[in-house]
Design a binder for this molecule. Structure first.
Ligand code: BGC
Length: 524
């Protein structure tokens, strides 16, 4: 409580001097959420302040912040490649001439999913590293397990080496999925933060698509060699990029923070203004203690962050993505690689659309829109199963086969294939427009600086652990609930995610990270 009021004072004091502070009161009054309670309205000597902000932002040069973002998102590109890698590598490993490396079905399933376990562990490691070593060094560190992971796969003599390689590249993916959103959020200013933050997911899906496309021509070994290239480039480029001003100021490295801002904002703005604003909330803060989780300014964003990650995964995205290949094949896309490329391209295109519009539409509206599309399309997909597989229990019509999920359906469905293709395509589009990029963005925006490592770690852990559960348990769920029951369940969870967004997620569009922090501090 003591700490709470001190931070608040610090932030309010900064409003008087720094234009980024001007809209905090707006956020509190406009965007208070029914479930989280109403934030206290704050009196602001308002009128001319937005123009001060505009003046500041009009002098900012974005070139270097784009460059630093480009260097950082080579990390998510690598993590997308790791996710996409198993899809072309598994068929090629199943045909391997070396019996010690030839994967059985159950081994192939572990080869695919062990990445998510490594990434969940990466969430814990990343949460620790990002606060201790800083954002930049943590990101550079990721190159090591990426490259070692891929090299272990390249030099594998047995299946266990393949697993270790996947585990290591998964670990790197987990750390990356935490560090990169935080790095980008902390170097960007409020006008471009949504767009730059959405580039994380854009590069993830580009990496997935890249692996699918390269997998059409390369075998699993050369594909692994290719996968180790982006982390090396990332390592080289990041060496020339600055640490984030927020991390530097939290370490009282004022001169380095000003230099970082000079690089990121160009020479025309008064860097001290932004420095003072960040500092006002950063220098008052001590290390986060467990007892502080009783404080609404900590537990409310923590609850939102973890829940948004939970909902991203229980939407069923990973189940639908794996299943998409089969569905497209059923609809006479004879070549499953081509089907994967179509799925990947839909994701890349609509994630790019989301990145372009998010700073104008805001996060909430896209989340709600995306959740409705996903709920409707998952419901239609369930209906397709119901119609394609008549008969009691439906699950009796599901037989095991060699298809990517190990599931294939009997003939009745062929005539309805168009319905399946349409609903899967719509689902993936819906995800790409909101629930793909925005949870990662929101995670990087809503935590107070000193809780950012621990809380983001919990989010990443939740996300990857749920991804593991869904991909591993999806088969059993289909048998237990029948296929249509399973997709209606996903439809229901998508509707719940819409409700959660409306009730709990604050709009962070156009706000500085300090304004967002101040908003949560005023909640009771
Ligand atoms: C999710 C992954 C998913 C990927 C697909 C990411 O945002 O966290 O679980 O596989 O998007 O596009």
């Amino acid at each position: 409580m003591v700490c709470f009021s001190r931070v608040k004072l610090g932030t309010e004091a900064a409003w008087a001097t720094f234009p980024f502070g001007v809209r905090t009161g707006e956020m509190a009054s406009e965007e208070s959420s029914p479930l989280l309670g109403t934030a206290a309205e704050v009196e602001l000597p308002a009128a001319e302040r937005p123009s001060q902000l505009d003046v500041y932002l009009s002098k900012v040069q974005n070139r270097n912040v784009y460059l630093a973002t480009f260097a950082a998102v080579l990390g998510p590109l690598s993590f997308g490649f790791v996710l996409g890698y198993s899809s072309p590598a598994i068929p090629s490993l199943k045909r391997s001439g070396n019996p010690a490396l030839r994967l059985e079905d159950s081994q192939a399933s572990w080869f695919g999913s062990v990445v998510t376990l490594g990434a969940a562990a990466g969430g814990i490691l990343g949460g620790y590293l990002v606060d201790k070593a800083g954002r930049k060094l943590s990101l550079m560190f990721c190159a090591v397990p990426y490259v070692f992971g891929f090299l272990t796969i390249v030099s594998a003599q047995n299946v266990w080496m393949l697993y270790v390689g996947r585990l290591l590249s998964g670990l790197a993916s987990g750390v990356t999925s935490l560090v990169v959103p935080v790095y980008i959020s902390e170097i960007a200013h409020s006008k471009v933060r949504g767009m730059l933050g959405s580039c994380v997911q854009l590069m993830v899906v580009t990496g997935i698509l890249g692996a699918y496309m390269a997998g059409m021509g390369l075998g699993w070994r050369w594909l692994a060699v290719l996968g180790s290239v982006p982390p090396c480039i990332m390592l080289g480029l990041m060496a020339f990029m600055p640490e984030t001003p927020r991390f530097l100021l939290s370490r009282n490295q004022q001169a380095e923070a000003v230099a970082a801002l000079q690089f990121l904002r160009g020479p025309l703005v008064e860097h001290e203004w932004e420095c003072r604003e960040i500092q006002a909330s950063a220098h008052e803060q001590q290390e986060l203690s467990l007892a502080e989780f009783k404080n609404p300014s900590i537990y409310k964003p923590f609850f939102i962050g973890v829940t948004i990650m939970f909902f991203q995964q229980v939407s069923g995205i990973n189940a639908i993505m794996f299943y998409a290949e089969t569905i497209f094949e059923e609809a006479n896309f004879k070549n499953s690689s081509a089907a994967s490329v179509i799925v990947g391209s839909i994701q890349v295109f609509f994630t790019a659309v989301a990145a372009l519009i998010i700073d104008r539409t805001g996060r909430k509206i896209l989340l709600v829109f995306s959740g409705f599309i996903m709920a409707a399309s998952a419901a239609v997909f369930g209906m397709y199963f119901k119609m394609a597989l008549p008969g009691p229990g439906n699950s009796s019509h599901v037989k095991w086969s060699d298809s990517p999920l190990g599931l294939a359906l009997v003939e009745e469905e062929h005539s309805l294939a168009w319905l399946a293709v349409l609903s899967v395509g719509l689902f993936i589009m819906g995800f790409a427009l909101g629930w793909g990029p925005i949870p990662w963005l929101v995670m990087s925006e809503i935590f107070p600086l000193r809780a950012r490592g621990v809380a983001s770690g919990a989010c990443v852990l939740t996300n990857w652990f749920m991804a593991f559960l869904i991909t591993k348990e999806f088969h059993d769920l289909m048998v237990l609930l029948t296929p249509y029951g399973t997709f209606w369940l996903f439809s229901g969870t998508c509707l719940l995610s819409v409700l959660f967004t409306i009730l709990c997620v604050p709009e962070t569009k156009g706000k500085s990270l300090e304004e967002i922090e101040a908003y949560f501090q005023r909640l009771r």
